[in-house]
Design a protein around this ligand. Structure first.
Ligand code: SF4
Length: 278
């Protein structure tokens, strides 16, 4: 186990005081430390948004990509060098709107990466427009009469698209969040975590207290069908009950990076055979 300071930099985060990103940053560093990850073998990939500044605040390799492209960047890094631990971190707008297409394909490709969505139900960096996960009825700069389109459902979508590890957590419970992140990194395949976290400046509804009154922890492993049913609970109860924890984990499918590298080995063998034949 390493000291959490091994992942710290001198630069101070430029986030509003109280932002949920602080809890996530602490949980990520603690998970890295407890998993004994070497900073030089760890890559954090982000997109565009307040939370996507996170690679600047971690002493690991980092890549801040363009909007919505966290997953393909992380997949490419992992396939190029499978010995690296690759973690993608970005907001709900970045990942589920601009990056929605990649989110669908991330699950079915099952590359061995961890993808964390900082889900604060708003576009924070651009000062408060409705995001794909903004709850029905919420008034924002772009929805002055309230959101009337149902939100994207990240956890059910991840399950249906084939993600082999699907979880949620709350940035106000750092210890639990850290444990979920550790399990996600240890999972061999595409791991998805939807992190509920307050944007204290632009989302005055989904506050720390609001989440605390609603979240409860899953305490047993679930089948795929049970996981899907649980994942729908917030939508079916109008957010009265919000389960957090690991919904589903399966090791049945081989990660894409292992299949591709096996394919490369085959090609190398074929090329060697051909050379012998010549
Ligand atoms: Fe965090 Fe919201 Fe401030 Fe962005 S605007 S730093 S998400 S509190």
């Amino acid at each position: 186990m390493k000291d959490i300071k091994e992942y710290s930099v001198n630069e101070k985060p430029q986030w509003c005081p109280g932002c949920g990103n602080f809890g996530l940053l602490t949980a990520v560093k603690s998970a890295f430390a407890e998993l004994d990850l070497e900073p030089h073998n760890t890559v954090v990939v982000s997109g565009i948004g307040c939370g996507s500044k996170i690679p600047h605040y971690l002493r690991t390799y980092g890549y801040e990509g363009i909007h919505g492209r966290i997953i393909p960047l992380a997949e490419g890094i992992k396939i190029g060098n499978p010995s690296l631990t690759v973690v993608g971190i970005g907001g709900d707008g970045d990942g589920l709107s601009e990056g929605g297409n990649h989110f669908l394909h991330g699950g079915r490709k099952n590359t061995d990466i961890t993808y964390i969505v900082q889900d604060n139900q708003i576009y924070g960096l651009t000062t408060g427009q409705a995001s794909p996960t903004t709850h029905l009825g919420m008034k924002t700069k772009t929805t002055p009469n309230g959101v009337f389109i149902p939100p994207v459902k990240p956890i059910p979508t991840a399950l249906i698209s084939g993600a082999t590890f699907v979880a949620s957590a709350f940035a106000g419970d750092i210890n639990h969040l850290k444990e979920v992140i550790k399990r996600a990194i240890q999972h061999r395949g595409f791991s998805f975590i939807d992190v509920y976290q307050p944007c204290v400046s632009w989302n005055k509804i989904n506050t720390y207290m609001w989440w605390k009154e609603r979240v409860y922890k899953l305490d047993k492993s679930l089948s795929f069908e049970e996981a899907l049913k649980k994942a729908m609970e917030p939508y079916l109860t109008n957010w009265e009950k919000v389960p957090i924890g690991v919904f589903y984990e399966s090791n049945e499918r081989k990660p894409l990076n292992e299949i591709i590298n096996y394919g490369n080995e085959l090609l190398t063998n074929i090329e060697e055979d051909l050379r012998e034949f010549e």
